[in-house]
Ligand binder design. Structure first.
Ligand code: NAD
Length: 555
């Protein structure tokens, strides 16, 4: 009989089996399994196939009155029957991923304390200092290969949600499993609750986190340092993904740990990967070259600067001098255009500060810089108003407009606005999903620059190659590979990302590209398997029930 993980004490039976979400199959236990595993009388008599159960799940999801109810139903299923949850998610990813992740996860995080039912993952606080390793050892699985960790300071575009941000690591890891087949037992969500500066949470009696100000300075760093070290000790070969840390810590932590641990920051590097891929594909539609683009970013935070750095290095790889590549990327932050004359710039922004007159508003910047591409990552809803979009259409035959801010309510513009104010000439992508737009008898299919196209594949590639570091070169390779997954047919419909229905193949291809970078760059002590694509596929968890009892041979 399969044991599936490293539990000791044998295979569970009876109610214990039904209450084990990793093994439970609910009404799909066969007569032979019911007989052999002490399940007689514990289940309704009619036996379902897994497909019938998936249909039942979808029927129930569709009956729920709103996205939050649908989210709760799905999380409940994940707690009861993991294989069915993942089978439904894999088979209906386009319908269900906006429910288990963005945009619905944003609503779920805002309500997390009120909706709280049971723990998932590990939560650490300053009171665990000196004992973080012990806390991690309480996790029942030893073969953890991916940790997603947040301190809840910048949840999507929603700001500081403290401990309520735990919905994010939970959701992201579901996508690692659904999209790249990382075994759920190899995934660990972690919340480091360092307090919150969101006073509304303090006064909420139901808030599940620490109602105290955020740790800062050395105390904060010591806590995160201890976590990083303990995670590597307890789970050798684990990859750690930083998620939704505030701007002031995200870059610092990435700089501090990237050469010491196998880690990356998805908001900086994952976003950069998916956006660069979208840009490559958009340029195939408009027949442009990346080295000829002038890009204006609204926002100069984790997402925008991460994209700027990766795009600049792509331009350099294609022949531009560093200065020229940086000179093609322009940033506007909350104070205005980033130029050399400003004295309030940190090191990351200074890299893109050009000798140029200062302009306060985006409208002025668009007229002065004359961008070919406009990328929003500012969390400022409707910042790309009609005036800006019309200017982009006046300056370019085919403007590229990416409104990346999440959730949907924070997007710089909607897909419909982008097409309407450019007479359908824009190539558009959003951070959240937007519906198709019908205009003048034409159908436009907006792209979604969803990090889910990148991070699961990167994780699988790192895992397969046993890479000890996650590098920018891996994200560049992932972006190139993702662009290659977009077919001519996709491009003809205006799609700049592949259909989510193909995500497992896309992730496997990205994993191969990433693993090749690891082997070529000697980022691993592992010997390259002779059939690397086959090896990668063999690692992918498939949420299809297997038999728990030997199948009787007839005849
Ligand atoms: P951040 O806090 O690091 O950066 C926000 C930036 O916006 C800062 O530079 C700030 O100065 C700037 N800003 C704020 N108000 C502004 C204004 N009025 N005008 C111009 N700039 C302004 O946050 P981040 O991690 O960079 O994320 C920004 C947004 O991008 C969020 O909404 C997030 O959800 C979204 N995002 C999308 C994706 C994706 O689509 N794949 C990935 C990551 C982040």
């Amino acid at each position: 009989m399969p044991t599936f993980d490293d539990r000791s004490g044998g295979f569970p039976r009876g109610l214990e089996l039904l209450h084990d979400p990793g093994l439970n199959k609910g009404t799909a236990f066969t007569a032979a399994e019911r007989e052999a595993l002490g399940l007689q009388g514990l289940l309704p008599p009619r036996i379902s196939t897994q497909q019938q159960q998936v249909d039942h799940v979808i029927y129930n999801v569709r009956r729920k009155p709103n996205p939050l109810e649908k989210y709760l139903y799905l999380i409940g299923l994940q707690d009861r029957n993991e294989q069915l949850f993942y089978k439904a998610l894999v088979d209906h990813l386009e319908e269900l991923s906006p429910l288990v992740y963005t945009p619905t996860v944003g609503l779920a995080c805002q309500e997390y304390s009120h909706l709280y039912r049971r723990p998932r993952g590990i939560t650490l606080t300053r009171y665990d200092r000196g004992r973080i390793k012990e806390a991690l050892l309480n996790w029942p699985h030893r073969k953890v290969r991916v940790i997603v960790v947040t301190d809840g300071e910048r949840i999507l575009g929603l700001g500081d949600l403290g401990s309520n941000g735990m919905g994010i690591p939970v959701g992201k890891l579901s996508l690692y499993t659904a999209c790249a087949g990382i075994d759920p037992a190899a995934c660990l969500p972690v919340m480091i609750d360092v307090g919150t500066n969101n006073n509304e949470l303090w006064s909420d009696p139901q808030y599940i986190g620490l109602p105290e100000p955020r740790l800062e300075g050395e105390e904060y760093d010591t806590l995160i340092d201890e976590f990083m070290e303990a995670a590597g000790d307890v789970f050798p070969r684990v990859m750690i993904q930083l998620e939704d840390f505030g701007n002031r810590n995200a870059f610092r932590l990435l700089d501090r740990y990237r050469d010491r641990y196998c880690m990356f920051d998805d908001d900086i590097q994952g976003t950069a990967g998916v956006t660069l891929a979208g840009l490559y594909s958009a340029l195939r539609i408009i027949k442009g070259k990346i080295t000829e683009q002038r890009i204006v970013f609204l926002g100069a935070g984790e997402a925008a600067l991460g994209i700027g750095n990766l795009v600049a290095s792509a331009m350099i790889r294609q022949g531009l001098a560093e200065e020229e590549a940086l000179g093609r990327c322009w940033f506007v932050d909350s104070k205005g255009l980033i130029v050399a004359g400003r004295e309030d710039l940190n090191l990351h922004k200074r890299r893109f500060a050009h000798d140029f007159p200062f302009h306060r508003t985006l409208a002025e910047v668009v007229e002065a810089v004359r961008p070919t591409t406009l990328i929003g990552a500012s969390g400022q809803p409707a910042a790309f108003g009609p005036e800006i979009l019309e200017a982009m259409a006046r300056l370019n035959e085919r403007p590229i407009i990416f409104a990346l801010s999440n959730p949907t309510s924070r997007a710089e513009c909607t897909a419909e606005d982008a097409y309407r104010h450019t007479q359908g000439r824009a190539v558009f992508a959003g951070g959240s999903p937007f519906p198709k737009v019908e205009m003048n008898g034409q159908t436009f299919v907006p792209g979604q620059a969803n990090n889910v196209y990148i991070f699961p594949g990167v994780g699988l590639g790192v895992m397969a190659s046993e890479a000890t570091r996650v590098t920018d070169e891996m994200f560049a390779a992932a972006a190139k590979c993702l662009d290659e997954q977009v077919s001519k047919d996709d491009l003809e419909q205006g799609r700049i990302f592949p259909s989510l229905a193909r995500i497992r193949d896309v992730s496997a291809a990205i994993a191969l590209a990433v693993a090749k970078v690891a082997f070529a760059g000697k980022l691993t002590a592992m010997k390259e398997p002779s059939n690397l694509p086959g090896y990668i596929k063999s690692l992918m968890y498939d949420p299809v029930y297997s038999s728990y009892v030997p199948v009787k041979k007839h005849g």
